[in-house]
Every structure is written in structure tokens, then in C-alpha cells.
Design a protein around this ligand. Structure first.
Ligand code: SAH
Length: 261
């Protein structure tokens, strides 16, 4: 018996084995590496991951019907029934590093990537399939209309590869949107040489009002300071990741000065 696709869980099962195999090959560790698959569904990707002798696979799936299916078809699979967004990663991996892969539930992909960012210290690679627009946003450079919070935060810590676009018709049922496969590989050197908490705050505050200049948006962080620097004349999409890091250092320096007014 096959799993009946449930819309509210973002279930669109991939039915193209060639694409499933190519996605599984986005992670090719040379030594035994823990890998977490999010939302395996009926295991189209899982079967290829299980065949890789260097992948120590754990899967997390929220749908009970899928979990029953997976247990029947892949008895050796380590499967957790639950919500990835609530999963305590320490409980599963301790302080070990692990890779993340999936043909993800599109309805929660941004939340998945925020959790990856939070856990960047132990996630060297995150790859898989998402909605095309989301993949484009993640890979977007400054100056682009789609450049936003996830672009800056993910690109600060990861090298992003937009691998290829995938058509609707390889899914059952077909989604309304096109898809894309991406790979994010953590940068070797941490380029974020600033207060990281403040960096996140600056990026989020700036893009919350993306049409405003940095001067207007960041007023909430710097209510009584003179912001006489050129960078405050720009709008957030004009700033590169490195500009945001420099801006964070500038904001911190301004915060340490006594207020002007
Ligand atoms: N990887 C499968 C299924 C893709 S559909 C395939 O390629 O065919 C997305 C899958 O994510 C579904 O199986 C859905 O039940 C699961 N899912 C949705 N929300 C989830 C969550 N919060 N945590 C874990 N899995 C989730």
C-alpha cells in the first residue's frame, strides 16, 4: 500500500529515480558521516542514501503513515517519527557533526533553513530539493530583488550552489511550483567577524522594511545616535554580505558611544 499524499504536510512524492539518485549524490562523504534526511516520505531518496557505505543515515518523518511504510520497506533505517522543527538535535547526534538532506516539505523550508543556520557549527553540508523561488532567494546576490534575510544569513556561513531546476511533472501529485536542487557547503573560515547576535538583528531589522534606507530601519536599534555614514543611505538589498558584517561592526561602535541627542 502506498502512502496517500497529504497536502497539509507538503507531501509531493518524487517519482523520478534518476533525480532521486542525483540528489543523494549531493552528499559524498569519504569517511563514515552521520546524515539526517528530513521528510523521507516513501523513501525514494532514502533507498539511495542507505546504499552509500559512508552514510550513517537517520530520517525524521512527521507522517505516521509514511513511518509505517518506511519501517516495512526499509527495516534497517533509523527512523524518528516527529517534527524536524521540534527535534532536539543533541539527543540524536550529541555534539557530532552531521549533514542534512531531503526533498523537503516546501511549506516549512524557510524554517528548516533557519534551524540549519542556528546549528551551523555542526552542519557542514545541507542539500536537497526545495521550491525554485526559495532556492533562487537563497542563492541571490545583493542588487537582486529576491535578495533577503535567508540569502545574507545562509551566504554568510555557507557557499551556495544552485544545482538545477526540476519540473512539476516528476512529483505525485505535481506541486504548483517548480523545484530546484541546491547544495550549501559551510565555509572553512568563519567570515562573520562581528558580534553574531547583532549581525542577525541588523540583517533582520533591515529587511523587515526592505524599501527603507538603513538609516530609517535601524533607527529602532540606534534611537538617539547620529547616523552620519554613507552606508546608512543604502537600502538593504544594496549591501553585500561583507557590507552587512562591516555595518554590524559600525553599529556596535556607534552603540558604544554616548547618545548625541
Ligand atoms: N522525500 C519524499 C517526500 C517529499 S514530501 C520524496 O521525495 O518523495 C515532504 C515530506 O516531508 C513528507 O513525507 C512529509 O510528511 C514530511 N514532513 C512534512 N513536515 C515535516 C516536519 N515538520 N518534520 C518532518 N517531516 C515532515
Amino acid at each position: 500500500m502506498e502512502v496517500k499524499a497529504k497536502k497539509y504536510l507538503g507531501q509531493h512524492f518524487l517519482n523520478d529515480l534518476g533525480i532521486a539518485e542525483r540528489i543523494s549524490n549531493t552528499i559524498t562523504p569519504s569517511v563514515m558521516t552521520p546524515v539526517l534526511e528530513i521528510g523521507p516520505g516513501m523513501g525514494v531518496l532514502t533507498q539511495f542514501l542507505l546504499r552509500n557505505p559512508n552514510i550513517d543515515l537517520t530520517a525524521i518523518e512527521i507522517d505516521t503513515e509514511s513511518v509505517v511504510y518506511l519501517k516495512n520497506h526499509y527495516p534497517s533505517l533509523k527512523i524518528i517519527e516527529g517534527n524536524f522543527l521540534k527535534l532536539d538535535l543533541n539527543r540524536i547526534f550529541g555534539d557530532k557533526e552531521f549533514c542534512v538532506i531531503g526533498n523537503y516539505p516546501y511549506n516549512i523550508s524557510s524554517q528548516i533553513f533557519f534551524k540549519v543556520i542556528e546549528n551551523r557549527d555542526r552542519i557542514p553540508i545541507c542539500s536537497g530539493m526545495i521550491q525554485k523561488e526559495v532556492a533562487e532567494r537563497i542563492a541571490a546576490k545583493h542588487g537582486s530583488k529576491t535578495y533577503g534575510i535567508t540569502s545574507v544569513l545562509l551566504q554568510a556561513y555557507y557557499d551556495i550552489e544552485y544545482l538545477y531546476t526540476v519540473n512539476e511533472n516528476v512529483f505525485t501529485p505535481p506541486p504548483k511550483v517548480k523545484s530546484a536542487v541546491i547544495r550549501m557547503t559551510r565555509k572553512e573560515n568563519n567570515i562573520v567577524q562581528c558580534d553574531e547576535k547583532l549581525f542577525f538583528k541588523v540583517v533582520k531589522t533591515a529587511f523587515n522594511q526592505r524599501r527603507k534606507t538603513m538609516r530609517n530601519s535601524l533607527k529602532s536599534l540606534l534611537p538617539s545616535h547620529d547616523l552620519n555614514y554613507d552606508i546608512f543611505n543604502l537600502r538593504p538589498e544594496q549591501l553585500s554580505v561583507v557590507d552587512f558584517i562591516e555595518l554590524t561592526n559600525l553599529v556596535q561602535q556607534i552603540l558604544s558611544q554616548p547618545p548625541q541627542r
